[in-house]
Design a binder for this molecule. Sequence first.
Ligand code: NAP
Ligand code: ZN
Ligand code: ZN
Length: 381
Amino acid sequence: MKTKKRAPGSKASRATAKPKKSPRTLMTSTEKRTTLTPAYAAQSPTTPLAPFNIQRRDVRPNDVQLEIVYCGVCHSDLHMARNEWGQTIYPVVPGHEIVGRVTAVGNKVTKFRTGDLAGVGVMVDSCRECPNCVKGLEQYCTKGMVLTYSSRDPRTGELTQGGYSKRIVTHQDFVFRISDKLPLAGVAPLLCAGITTYSPLRHWKVGKGTKLGVVGLGGLGHMAVKFGASFGAEVTMLSHSSDKEKDARRLGAHKFALTSDPAQLQSLAGYFDFILDTVSANHDYNKFLNLLGLDRSMVCVGIPPTPMEVQVFALMGGRRSLSSSGIGGIPETQEMLDYCADHGITSDIELIDIDYVNDAYARMLKSDVRYRFVIDMKSLS
Ligand code: NAP
Ligand code: ZN
Ligand code: ZN
């Protein structure tokens, strides 16, 4: 058995005890070299992830180099590794829930010093000039954000590669401060699953008095339940897995409905103020739209591979809105990380060795995630 279940905060937190801070590293010419970095990559939509060496760029004046300690496994990694959205550039090293230690900084870096904990999420750059970037909504950059993996750096043409690797080099503006108050392995998934659920709940003002429905109890769904409960909403878990009810309640849900049972859904018709749909696979949006009250919204953050049909009647029946939301901007992601540190919120994780990642993907497809796989990067040599 390759899985290693560890209680968040036990071995993980000991392994990441904060070392003494050393002075900022100024790069010398001998240190400035492109480093060959061990990683796991997919070479095509049908090849499993396997060991692969990548080159990380030299540390530029504004760059932060991280030794990656943990990386979460997001369902987007699977969609991308298998080119389910038709945009993957191979070879691809997935992983955008990255936490680690700063091992080098460029001479213009002010936010970090070597030895600091830090994190990198779904994007590593944007134009920084368009109206959306200026508002701190870099994920909606009109010129397109640079994704952490499978994107071309517009300045250098370099192909970005993600966190299933030993280290990463990123511009300081896209690196987050990570508190040492929380067990680090459980913090990694906040960089995507956390912000992708926090941001729409904040934007649509979910809080006390809101009847919130969360569809799908996986990586994103379990964070939505935690945030919804923490913001004071009444949370109902809408799941197609009957064996997740106990966990849903433990995570903070007040109610549970089995979505495969028409009678249970019928009893919730017109009930919700807000529904967050986190489902990764094709499914019927209409049956969830019908659960919204008058003028209420459903926001789909799950990105199934093929387009879905929406019946106008399901919207018209209550002047309802259907929308979506992409991760979160840099300022809001830092706000979410700080909120989690203040409120003791982390992801419930199953820590795995990197050679288990293909099995983890197989389990993700069976909805068998409790509730995020996180790779212990010590297992990558
Ligand atoms: P995940 O951990 O695999 O969870 C997905 C959940 O969806 C499952 O646990 C399951 O919950 C439900 N589900 C799966 N197959 C289903 C089916 N056939 N019918 C009904 N329900 C099904 O995935 P994740 O990492 O949370 O990601 C979820 C989706 O969000 C993915 O599509 C991912 O690409 C997307 N995403 C979007 C953003 C964004 O910025 N918008 C960011 C990150 C991820 P139950 O067992 O409870 O039903
Ligand atoms: Zn993700
Ligand atoms: Zn922009």
